[in-house]
Write a protein that binds this ligand. Structure first.
Ligand code: SF4
Length: 231
């Protein structure tokens, strides 16, 4: 990854953790609910995902077999609050069909026993509607495997810190972060991702980031520039 300055993701983690403390993600009751949430959160805010999950729960559909047996109208009504509900219903069914094929319908978290991390990642990426961010969210938060999740917030922050170029790819940022983190530390990856989301959502916003309140401003190229008189 071409960088304008040397990245230091451990420093980022320490700064954000000192500011906001541990986030204790992912907000879900079961590993399967994490998997469902990882699909439903595509292109929507988490508050909408919560509404859809609550509907699935009251319809007794938070279960691989019952989702596969449900009729389209029922499932789509449950998913309606999360947007793109037809697309997401198809994606959810694909995930459930995959879990069933793997023999994990009863205990979706047992997917962890069906291969190494790279093998499971490859399998998940082969499921309709599961891209890199969704696959890594499932691996990290549902299966407790040590892989960093990269999202739009992480990318924006890395670009503003001048640690990568605008056209950077998912795998490049992931490699850069992974090379800085302690091998195998699941909790560290969970917390770092959650803290980056906190920063990206509330402070390092797409427009008018609040650099004066940012724990990273001291070493941020964009933030230092913003603090110059006249800006
Ligand atoms: S200093 Fe500003 S631009 Fe840099 S990471 Fe913080 S909020 Fe984002």
């Amino acid at each position: 990854m071409k960088q304008e300055s040397v990245s230091d993701w451990n420093w980022v983690y320490q700064q954000l953790l000192a500011q906001w403390g541990a986030q204790h993600w992912w907000p879900a009751k079961t590993p399967f609910e994490v998997m469902v949430g990882a699909i439903l959160t595509q292109n929507t805010a988490w508050t909408n995902v919560e509404k859809a999950i609550a509907r699935l729960e009251s319809a007794d559909l938070l279960d691989v077999g019952r989702i596969l047996d449900s009729d389209d109208a029922n499932l789509e009504t449950c998913l309606h609050p999360s947007g793109y509900y037809r697309v997401k219903a198809r994606r959810l069914r694909s995930l459930c069909a995959f879990l069933q094929e793997e023999g994990c319908a009863e205990r979706p978290e047992s997917l962890r026993e069906r291969g190494s991390l790279p093998e499971l990642r490859r399998k998940l990426l082969g499921v309709h509607g599961i891209g890199e961010e969704t696959a890594d969210s499932i691996l990290l938060y549902a299966l407790q495997l040590p892989v960093m999740v990269v999202d739009a917030y992480t990318k924006r922050i890395a670009i503003r810190l001048a640690w990568c170029e605008e056209r950077v790819r998912y795998a490049e940022i992931q490699r850069d972060i992974e090379s800085a983190l302690m091998h195998g530390d699941v909790e560290l990856r969970k917390e770092l991702h959650a803290l980056l989301v906190e920063l990206g959502k509330n402070i390092c916003r797409p427009r008018r980031p609040i650099c004066s309140q940012c724990p990273l401003s001291r070493r941020c190229a964009y933030g230092v520039d913003q603090a110059r008189p006249g800006n």
